[in-house]
Design a protein around this ligand. Structure first.
Ligand code: PEP
Length: 251
């Protein structure tokens, strides 16, 4: 069985002091996990705000926990005030870049086309993009959930057809993010299976598809047991070492 991937998205949370405490807790707890549920079975990454990547990278040094960015610029360099490029992230030993998170689609107006270009920028420089897709509650209620997420993923697959082997997809129903309302394992599995078909058609059936949306210590095991759920993208529950470790142990 392939290793599950658990990624903590800290969003705009943290401080130098809080990051240090969280990572000390994570590293101590990680050392106590039963071996079967640690490095052998689960790959883990954390995505702090960009200003803390260097600090967190230092604190993770020589650990099994990888570093992820919450976003990446389309361009590699130039007049893009506020943006951070893939080559810059690489200098900080970043391994993954989340692209197309629903909060960026909503607040920064990121379109499917921009998300596809961001995934391309990551791939060009050896970063693994974690491409987020997900429908709103209105779209789900209108019976459009599958069509929406398929279109979101297809935009990325079509734009990056030549270099898809190193990709991660995250299904994050917008109505489940930060709401405490999780998709049922059956709802999630249905969408994951549909995404898997698209990946199969693109020749990359092995690409992991993570679930995100109020995953926590109590519901992780059931979600992660679904055949097409290959891991989790965790928001709120990634901010407390004990909660995040419980999800890792459940994987
Ligand atoms: C997220 O924003 O990626 C997420 C899954 O958040 P939460 O776990 O808090 O719902």
């Amino acid at each position: 069985m392939a290793r599950k991937l658990i990624v903590g998205n800290w969003k705009m949370n943290g401080s130098r002091q809080a990051n240090q405490a969280l990572l000390e807790g994570l590293r101590a707890g990680w050392a106590e996990l039963p071996t079967a549920s640690a490095a052998d079975a689960v790959a883990v990454a954390v995505a702090p705000p960009a200003v803390y990547l260097e600090q967190v990278g230092g604190l993770l040094d020589a650990s099994e926990i990888a570093l992820a960015a919450q976003d990446v610029a389309v361009a590699d360099t130039g007049a893009y005030t506020g943006d951070i490029s893939a080559p810059m992230l690489r200098e900080l030993k970043v391994r993954y870049a989340i692209v197309g998170h629903s909060e960026r689609r909503k607040y920064q107006g990121e379109t499917d086309a921009i998300v596809a270009e961001k995934a391309a920028a990551a791939l060009r420089h050896g970063l693994t993009p974690i491409v987020c897709v997900g429908e709103t509650l209105q779209e789900r209620d209108a019976g459009q959930a599958l069509a929406i997420v398929q279109a979101q993923l297809q935009a990325v697959l079509a734009h990056n057809a030549a270099q898809l082997a190193d990709l991660v997809v995250a299904y994050e129903p917008v109505w489940a993010i930060g709401t405490g309302r999780t998709a049922t394992p059956e709802q999630a599995q249905e969408v994951h299976a549909a995404l898997r078909v698209l990946l199969q058609e693109a020749g990359v059936a092995h690409v992991p598809v993570l679930y995100g949306g109020s995953m926590n210590a109590a519901n992780a095991a059931e979600l992660l047991a679904q055949p097409d759920i290959d891991g989790g993208l965790i928001g709120g529950a990634a901010l407390k070492a004990a909660d995040f470790l419980a999800i890792i142990a459940a994987a």
